[in-house]
Design a protein around this ligand. Structure first.
Ligand code: ZN
Length: 163
């Protein structure tokens, strides 16, 4: 079990860097497998997501916990995720971030999305998601592009969701 250090701070250079796509040959490699295992160990039981950049690796990999708080809850690994809106509707909600402790921001996100990604075996997967599941993915993909919630909205009062 290797818990990694989570980088923090809106000016952290790794958090602000655009992450590189994972190459097909790297997917079954030891280096990526170890990173994903360590990220799983690092994701707290109540955390909804973690991007590789947050633990210091600038590669397009993230973990997301879908259906949090239900008996359908599961953690999915997404490699090279690409997102497309599925509808025009947006929703504003308060978000926090493991990399910005004590910061809460009201962020407008697409309510429905489709996300295409590679799983840990390199197989292409497509999911259509809504509400909190869609929000978590949009937040994590922002991390892969060096974008943080402080860029997205206005400061919120109170505590809601940590992604
Ligand atoms: Zn975050």
């Amino acid at each position: 079990m290797a818990k990694l250090k989570i980088l923090t701070g809106a000016n952290n250079l790794i958090l602000r860097k655009k992450s590189e796509a994972v190459k097909a040959a790297e997917i079954s490699g030891k280096k990526l497998s170890k990173l994903i295992k360590d990220m799983r160990d690092t994701l707290g039981a109540n955390d909804l997501g973690l991007a590789a950049a947050q633990v210091g690796s600038s590669v397009r990999v993230c973990l997301v916990r879908l259906n949090s708080g239900t008996n359908q809850a599961r953690v999915i690994v997404m490699i090279n995720p690409e997102i497309a809106p599925a509808g025009r509707e947006t929703e504003i909600a308060e978000e926090g971030c493991l990399s910005l402790p004590e910061v809460w921001v009201r962020v407008e996100r697409k309510k429905n999305i489709t996300v295409k990604f590679l799983d840990v075996k390199g197989a292409e997967q497509v999911l259509t998601l809504e509400n909190l599941n869609a929000r978590v993915i949009q937040h994590e993909i922002d991390h892969l592009d060096g974008i943080l919630i402080v860029d997205k909205g206005t400061a919120a009062v109170g505590k809601k969701t940590i992604l």
